[in-house]
Design a protein around this ligand. Structure first.
Ligand SMILES: [Zn+2]
Length: 730
């Protein structure tokens, strides 16, 4: 696979097979000084090669290119030093567990847990997507309060108190082990955790995968558990991702559930969780440990025309399993009344004897353990994914034990008691019920009569995060900078045929051949010409098939339609222009992307490098300074500034910038080479050698395949030189 990024960070590397790339490697010149002097000499020669030397860039072409202070004061009650274990099983439908009445699966460990504790039959999630749902669990608030609204582009602000931050402040040992990059530190969910293990497995191709099996997550969690002292209470969060699509259980579950791989993933997860429960039991006695196991959302499995989750807010994706065990939690009880993920935090705080933050919207479920009623009548739900990903309307709803109301261009009301599958919209028959729930909805969204539409702002995500999310199947999971939730526009339920086309075109399971994929996506585009995701996917398919002109036409069409997320479309266009050597056009497209989203620092960095390619040093420097003004910790910007300093022969400044870049991001491969060359020029062979060795050990063989031989030569030269020095001193 060719590298996806254009342009690459500046470095002393070459891609020697094309004169369109900018050769910069001083292969025959052992010192940087000599390199510079040769550059000066060559300035006189008008040749393409000269330009290459002057620009000094690697050019890897791809085919596609409540404040934290003071947790609540103790309210007279003394904190109980109980251990807390929260296990979240991603994408798990309640009705696919045996303890919830599903006979076609074996889930002995969760079933045992249910017998030893309390099971909530009617638990619901607030959002059918991973990071927002977890944010609701751990803050006890709805998304309009915690503002984690979708996958990518949102992170939990440090001003929020989380279960982990409260417990850490009270002296608990805290650790989290997550199974997917969808919950990487960048989501902000790591706050309060001393250990936040979001390191994924290595993928088969040598790079990093975006997820890891439950077995690995559980093993890491058990290792941590064993290290804990039994004197200090702990809070452990384990997240397992396996039931999420694609459904690919390991053997023997693969064979045993050959026709139901989703169930196979669940059965496998149950087995691994059995190990965890055992380890918890060995470490911490039952009477000292509260254990909660729940899911972040369900899975549609084709119900309502949806295949996975994230678009609709029907119970297929909102109804979740939830089981709790521990002191004060009755064994074998099954609670019928509705409970919500926002109730997790207040329930745990109640069991531990602490107060909940004032902002918390959930209620303690502790009274329910002894059969009393709890204040969980209304449950708010939302999905912004249809708007952000597809350009449709966002969905918001209110649920009770009896009713589900969904606010949409054509609103819906379901009688859950008589129609739990939500097949018959009865809004015309019960307008008063719908009105009552709409009133409750406005209370949560603060968009009463005369109030302006709610405005949502996203944060830019890094290229690395974007890649990770894409490999998890979130193909267009970055929100535009700002969007208004008006409730107006295309009703998602009128577009289920688009979901079908997208499913057929993109599902991992089927591996749709490229021509068919293009055909399906073209049809989707004809039927839904303002759908950002379809433009993106179709353009990408053309790019993969090296039909970049057609890709460009698709992107230009997206620009004409003014779809959401245009900044990302401009970035794609810029990369194509760049790969075709049209650097000016690339600059112009990058400029438009930055204009639409000035806080997209990754694109600003690319723009700066493109300026450097055009020798517009001042413009590049201004852009890089602007990046650092927004985020001083931007490693790429420091690397580029180091490069500019080198151009000006200010080696001290260059050294400072390169060192800072690596301090900020030890994985910025180009910087190792830059720094290595600089050390070499200064005669510091020890450090130069270390830099080259690190590069060769860490850099991806695929991504840097063209640079590897030259760095090896460079290293060999240094090793030889060091040998000579040793010889001379003898
Ligand atoms: Zn999830």
């Amino acid at each position: 696979m060719r590298h996806t990024n254009w342009p690459h960070n500046p470095a002393f590397l070459i891609r020697g097979d094309s004169c369109d790339s900018w050769v910069c490697y001083p292969s025959e010149r052992p010192t940087l000084a000599a390199h510079f002097s040769q550059m000066t000499r060559q300035k006189k020669i008008k040749s393409r090669r000269l330009r290459c030397y002057l620009l000094l860039f690697v050019f890897l072409f791809g085919c596609q290119g409540p404040t934290k202070e003071g947790s609540q004061k103790a309210r007279g009650a003394v904190w109980r030093p109980l251990n807390v274990v929260v296990v979240t099983i991603d994408t798990l439908r309640a009705d696919h567990l045996r303890c919830y009445g599903y006979s076609k699966i074996e889930t002995p460990n969760l079933d045992l847990l249910a017998r030893n504790g309390t099971l909530f039959e009617n638990a619901v999630s607030q959002v059918p997507t991973t990071p927002p749902s977890h944010a609701s669990m751990f803050t006890g608030t709805y998304p309009p309060v915690h503002q984690v609204r979708n996958v990518g582009g949102f992170s939990l602000d440090p001003s929020h108190q989380t279960l982990a931050s409260i417990l850490q402040q009270k002296g608990w040992q805290t650790a989290a082990f997550v199974g997917s990059s969808a919950l990487a530190k960048v989501t902000g969910l790591n706050q309060g955790f001393r250990i936040y293990d979001d390191r994924m497995a290595e993928s088969e191709t040598g790079g990093n995968s975006s997820q890891r099996r439950a077995g690995r997550v559980v093993s890491r969690a058990i290792e941590w558990l064993r290290e804990q002292s039994s004197q200090t209470p702990f809070f452990l969060w384990v997240h397992v991702y396996d039931p999420h699509s694609p459904y690919d259980p390991p053997s023997p579950f693969k064979e045993k559930y050959a026709d139901r791989p989703y169930d196979g993933e669940i059965a496998y997860t149950d087995m691994e969780l059995g190990r965890l429960f055992k380890a918890v039991e060995q470490k911490a006695p039952f009477e000292k440990t509260v254990l909660a196991v729940l899911s972040d959302h369900g899975e549609s499995l084709s119900e309502h025309g949806e295949y996975s989750h994230g678009i609709f807010i029907y119970d297929s994706t909102l109804h979740i399993p939830w089981i709790m065990t521990g002191p004060g939690i009755e064994k074998g009880r099954r609670i019928k009344g509705q409970v919500r993920t926002i109730d997790l935090l207040p329930t745990l705080m109640d069991l531990l004897g602490g107060d909940v933050p004032a902002v918390c919207q959930g209620a303690s479920l502790v009274p329910a353990f002894s059969g009393e009623r709890v204040r969980t009548t209304y449950s708010y739900a939302e999905s912004l994914t249809p708007k952000i990903d597809m350009g449709w309307t966002e969905l918001r709803g209110m649920r009770t034990d009896k009713w589900k109301y969904i606010r949409a261009p054509r609103s819906e009301l379901y009688d859950l008691e008589n129609d739990p599958e939500e097949t018959t919209n009865v809004i015309r028959r019960y307008p008063a019920e719908a009105e009552k729930l709409e009133y409750q909805l406005k209370e949560v969204t603060s968009t009463g009569v005369g109030q302006p539409a709610e405005e949502v702002r996203s944060k830019p995500i890094s290229a690395e995060t974007e890649e990770q999310l894409r490999s998890l199947g979130y193909v267009w999971s970055w929100a535009p900078l700002k969007l208004e939730l008006t409730g107006q526009g295309i009703d998602p339920k009128d577009r289920v045929h688009i979901l079908k086309l997208l499913e057929e075109a993109t599902t991992n399971q089927k591996r749709t051949p490229a021509p068919q994929r293009i055909q399906l996506l073209s049809q989707a585009l004809r039927d839904d010409p303002t759908n950002s995701m379809v433009y993106f996917l179709l353009g990408e398919s053309y790019e993969k098939g090296r039909r970049e002109d057609e890709a460009l036409k698709i992107y230009q069409k997206a620009v004409q339609h003014g779809v959401l997320g245009l900044n990302k479309i401009y970035v794609r266009m810029a990369k194509i222009y760049g790969r075709h050597g049209k650097v000016d056009a690339a600059i112009s497209a990058f400029e438009k992307a930055v204009e639409l989203n000035p806080s997209d620092l990754d694109t600003q960095n690319k723009l700066a490098v493109a300026y450097l390619m055009r020798r517009q040093i001042d413009l590049a420097q201004r852009t890089l300074r602007a990046i650092l003004a927004l985020n001083e910790a931007d490693a790429q910007a420091h690397n580029s500034l180091g490069w500019i300093a080198l151009q000006r022969q200010d080696t001290e400044a260059a050294l400072k910038e390169f060192e800072r870049a690596l301090q900020l991001d030890p994985n910025l491969m180009e910087t190792y080479v830059n720094l290595g060359m600089l050390y070499k020029a200064r005669g510091d062979y020890t450090h130069a050698r270390a830099c080259f060795e690190t590069f060769l050990a860490k850099a991806s063989g695929t991504e840097y395949k063209d640079s590897m031989p030259q760095v090896r030569r460079e290293l060999a030269w240094i090793v030889k030189k060091q040998g000579q020095q040793v010889f001379q001193t003898k």
